[in-house]
Design a protein around this ligand. Structure first.
Ligand SMILES: [Zn+2]
Length: 429
């Protein structure tokens, strides 16, 4: 599917106005060529042009050098250190860490034979991405009210290290997770006129499955890091602040994001020290999560196989949670990014859906506008097995082709353009 020629008018009044859904309009029967030239008079266009596929891929590659980055291991801590060094190298200011404890209860032994049923039924909102919390087999119901339709294939978390055929990677991922102290890193673009208010942009740097967690979620983490790089250019000036967060412990139940909310919600908008103009925790205006950004190969075939190539009509799924307390505000934020995608993304359109679930935007959804960007709908599509690499040893950098990486890049273009509008980004001469 080609992109529509329709250009949505984005309101500079940001969230005050809800952008209407785009309608694809073909000019006669000839669709326009999707070329988007850089408009040097439009700072958003210039900023979007600073994203490129090679850099995005290099950042994903850098993250996959730490294997699956499972929380509670040295390879996870090393990845946090590497991310922090990258953020500093971009000139991102106020690089900080949040420290918390993760002490899960010991797993309860499962009676023999129960696993197969649990695997068959594990889907959609079965658990917050955590192993060992799978829902028993049952009717095809997914989180957030969606009902799965069409071909479904088995999903589950690979928990067998020997299923990784690459001996080097198997060794890299060998160390088991131990309970205890955890850290996650973030940095902040400080707003010039409203440093006391911010948008939060997130992805999770931890992974599971004995692969490289390339798609889940180096692909989303690299978006956060690339946006941190671009906004950290001192020539870029924003009215409001933007915080770039690389969550840890997503896969165990969003524990890193929950720790952030627990520790920092109460600090919002407080000037510290008084009279300094500094706000360690600016007031939260919205949270935008990126989790699994690359693989949209469609519904599985009837025999359970998947097509090899990214489907040409692939899209970026922007989801809000319709049952949350901030559903209306979240929907407005989702449609605002949809409009940004229509104007600035180069290859793939966006689609808005109401069933955001199972990712780090969850702990924010009753407090502020919160959305997640995905390769597919989390509940009905990822949950029905549309990504056969999800939590598997095959979630490797080498599994994905440029058409896949480009979907992630289009998500980066979408969030970058949307947030640049929301914070009124300009380029100083
Ligand atoms: Zn994930």
């Amino acid at each position: 599917m080609s992109r529509s020629a329709t250009v949505l008018r984005l309101s500079l009044a940001a969230l005050a106005v809800t952008t209407a859904p785009a309608t694809a309009v073909a000019q006669g029967n000839v669709l326009p060529t999707p070329v988007i030239a850089v408009d040097s008079a439009d700072p958003v266009s210039v900023l979007v042009s600073r994203l490129d596929l090679a850099r995005y891929k290099a950042t994903i590659k850098g993250l996959t050098n730490f294997g699956d980055r499972r929380q509670g291991t040295k390879r996870n801590r090393d990845a946090v250190d590497w991310i922090e060094a990258q953020l500093r190298s971009y000139g991102c200011t106020n690089v900080e860490r949040l420290t918390y404890e993760y002490n899960p209860p010991a797993p309860t032994p499962r009676p023999a034979g129960a696993m197969a049923g649990a695997m068959a039924g594990a889907m959609a909102g079965a658990a917050a991405g955590g192993a060992g919390q799978q829902r028993p087999a049952g009717p095809p119901v997914s989180a957030g009210g969606g009902r799965a339709r069409g071909v479904r294939t088995r999903t589950g978390v690979n928990s067998d290290s020997l299923r990784q055929p690459d001996a080097r990677l198997r060794a890299l991922n060998a160390e088991p997770s131990v309970p205890g102290e955890r850290q996650e890193v973030y940095c902040t673009k400080v707003g010039s006129t409203r440093p006391d208010e911010m948008y939060i942009i997130g992805g999770h740097m931890d992974g599971i499955g004995w692969g490289e967690a390339a798609n889940d979620d180096a692909s989303g983490s690299a978006i956060v890091m690339e946006l941190a790089r671009i906004f950290s250019d001192p020539a870029v000036q924003t009215d409001r602040s933007i915080r770039f967060v690389l969550w840890n412990n997503e896969e165990t139940g969003l524990n890193g994001a929950r720790a952030y909310v627990e520790q920092r919600a109460k600090l919002q908008g407080i000037e510290e020290p008084k009279g300094s103009g500094k706000f360690p925790e600016p007031k939260w205006l919205g949270m935008i999560q990126h989790d699994m950004m690359m693989f949209d190969h469609g519904m599985p075939n009837a025999d359970g196989t998947m097509r090899k190539e990214q489907r040409p009509e692939a899209d970026v799924n922007i989801e809000f949670q319709s049952s949350s307390k901030m559903a209306k505000q979240s929907a407005e934020l989702a449609w605002f990014l949809h409009g940004a995608n229509a104007k600035y993304a180069t290859d793939y359109p966006a689609q808005v859906g109401p069933h955001m679930t199972n990712t780090d935007s969850g702990p924010f959804q009753d407090l502020i506008a919160a959305i997640s960007l995905r390769e597919n709908e989390r509940g009905t599509q990822v949950g029905s097995g549309w990504d056969p690499h999800w939590h598997q040893p095959t979630d490797l950098f080498s599994t994905f082709g440029d058409a896949d990486f480009k979907l992630g890049l289009n998500a980066a273009q979408t969030t970058l353009a949307g947030v640049a509008k929301l914070v009124n980004a300009v380029l100083r001469k």
